[in-house]
Design a protein around this ligand. Structure first.
Ligand code: FAD
Ligand code: NAI
Length: 462
């Protein structure tokens, strides 16, 4: 039996970051992970592999659609799917090995196996029980199931299966027009798969700014993705390696079917809470099955903390990381802090979609007066030069004080652009502060400044 100041259960972005910060703060730390490799969902079957495939297929798309125009002649590249998957796997490997290196560097013990908490202050891994003054649960999430839909990870797959299909399907039905459905749907659409996205609601990416939703859907349609909106999937049936998806249109209850080689179920994820003995330990849960925590990420059991996808809030790697650092700091007697009002969300399609803070809808609901500064990438020279003039930046500021309240971007590099707004929001900046900041020309960032100018006397290039 070993004794630790902190044992972290799970080595995803929440867990590994918490472990590293604990070690940096002088706490003797171990991290339990049952997978073969460190890094959790994000590095093994989430953020990283999906971005590798998005990158490779975006290159293909550029070659097929834009090279000719730029005077780059010749045949577009052909796809070696096996090699593309090898590239994706290598990307995973370098990243997961990177975490292993960081663990060694910070003298964090990796306790290999699945962990449970037989009592407060103890973590069991295999037959061994270790002592821990503090425990951080960072067990993450898994794909949620859908009634009537049986996942076999071959024909009917979750994102995990979709990242390693044996061959590129001819036809794919994606259930759910959320982040996973649209990112992975984009990957296969670019590879020539006929994609139909079946979505329960009437708009894609729920919760996002409605103008962004509409523009985004229009752009995806232009890329060849078909949408069936307002449709509740009833069941899937698989016969001879082919699938049939049955759905009902909500507007008239009419029943329909689509056939596909592959069905991707992307209807949300649920926290992983089973097998850790949480019930017996008396850990309180939320109504939605997440671990309930207080403002210090401590559960109802003293000395047991929880962070990341397993607690409430957006299921995002960077949110988990921030909570990991903050919980470590609380345990070390410092002041851990996460500003939940400034957590960006990014969809890594082409173009990218990014947002932070309030939307017009949330502000209207709160009865708060606001103003909107909008700027189209059509007025941005750099964007036009790279065929990315479609899209816009929408900055929202308080009507009276001019303080920035939110930002929604669809366009080139949106996932990076959003961060200047995040920093501005953290510093309580006004739209005028952003508008008065010199932005290099020609950059996509100028569109953010122009949106800020649009909150005041008006943009220059529109
Ligand atoms: P996880 O990353 O889920 O890690 C939890 C780890 O705990 C797992 O490795 C698991 O094996 C381990 N574990 C669980 N129980 C035990 C136990 N009892 N004992 C030992 N180990 C245990 N987010 C973004 O911000 N950007 C993206 O681009 C993005 N892309 C994504 C793409 C896909 C396809 C998916 C599925 C998700 C994506 N996400 C993305 C979401 C992101 O992966 C999660 O928000 C993030 O991984 C959550 O981190 P976590 O540390 O809470 O949990
Ligand atoms: P999601 O919550 O983003 O979207 C699920 C979609 O499925 C919703 O639009 C919902 O209305 C729809 N849906 C639900 N039931 C349905 C039904 N029966 N029939 C048709 N449609 C139905 O979930 P998703 O895409 O699975 O992603 C899970 C999590 O992973 C998200 O919370 C996201 O934050 C995270 N993630 C983040 C990424 C990023 O940051 N770029 C990338 C991928 C995942």
């Amino acid at each position: 039996m070993s004794s630790y100041d902190v044992i972290v259960i799970g080595s995803g972005p929440g867990g590994y970051v918490a472990a590293i910060r604990c070690a940096q703060l002088g706490l003797k730390t171990a991290c339990v992970e049952g997978r073969e490799t460190l890094g959790g969902t994000c590095l093994n079957v989430g953020c990283i592999p999906s971005k590798a495939l998005l990158h490779a297929t975006h290159m293909l798309h550029e070659a097929e659609h834009n090279f000719d125009e730029m005077g780059l002649k010749g045949k577009a590249p052909s796809v070696d799917w096996k090699q593309m998957l090898t590239y994706k796997d290598k990307t995973i490997e370098t990243n997961t090995k990177g975490i292993e290196f960081l663990f060694k560097k910070n003298k964090i013990d990796w306790l290999k196996g699945w962990g449970s908490i037989p009592e407060a202050g103890k973590v069991k891994v295999g037959d061994e029980v270790h002592e821990a003054k503090n425990i951080i649960i960072a067990s993450g999430s898994e794909a949620a199931s859908l009634p009537g839909v049986e996942v076999d990870e071959k024909t009917v797959v979750t994102s995990t299966g979709a990242l390693e299909l044996g061959k590129i399907p001819k036809k794919m039905v994606v259930i759910g027009a959320g982040v996973i459905g649209l990112e992975l749907g984009s990957v296969y659409a670019r590879l020539g798969t006929e994609i139909t996205v079946v979505e329960f609601l009437d708009a894609i990416t729920p919760g996002m700014d409605p103008e962004v939703q509409k523009t985004f859907q229009r752009m995806l349609k232009k890329q060849g993705i078909n949408f069936v909106m307002g449709a509740a999937v009833q069941k899937t049936e698989v016969a001879k390696g082919k699938a049939k998806v049955s759905y009902k249109l909500r507007k008239d209850d009419s029943e329909h079917e689509i056939e596909a080689d592959t069905v991707l179920v992307a209807t949300g994820r649920k926290p992983v809470v089973k097998g850790m003995g949480l019930d017996d330990l008396g850990v309180k849960m939320t109504e939605r099955g997440q671990i309930a925590v207080n403002e210090h990420w401590e559960t109802s059991v003293k000395g047991v903390y929880a962070i990341g996808d397993v607690i409430e809030g957006p299921m995002l790697a960077h949110k988990a990381e921030d909570e990991g650092m903050a919980a470590a700091e609380v345990i070390a007697g410092k002041h851990g802090h996460v500003n939940y009002g400034v957590i960006p969300g990014v969809i890594y399609t082409h173009p990218e979609v990014a947002s932070v803070g309030e939307t017009e809808a949330t502000l209207k609901e709160a009865g708060r007066e606001y103003k909107v500064g909008k700027f189209s990438f059509m007025g941005n020279a750099r964007a036009k030069a790279v065929f990315a003039g479609d899209g816009f930046v929408k900055l929202i500021a308080d009507k009276e004080t001019d303080r920035i309240l939110g930002c929604h971007i669809i366009g080139p590099g949106a996932g990076d652009l959003i961060h200047e707004v995040c920093v501005a929001m953290e510093f309580g900046a006004s739209a005028q502060d952003l508008a008065m900041t010199c932005h290099a020309h020609p950059t996509y960032s100028e569109a953010v400044r122009e949106a800020a100018l649009a909150c005041g006397d008006g943009p220059i290039h529109m």
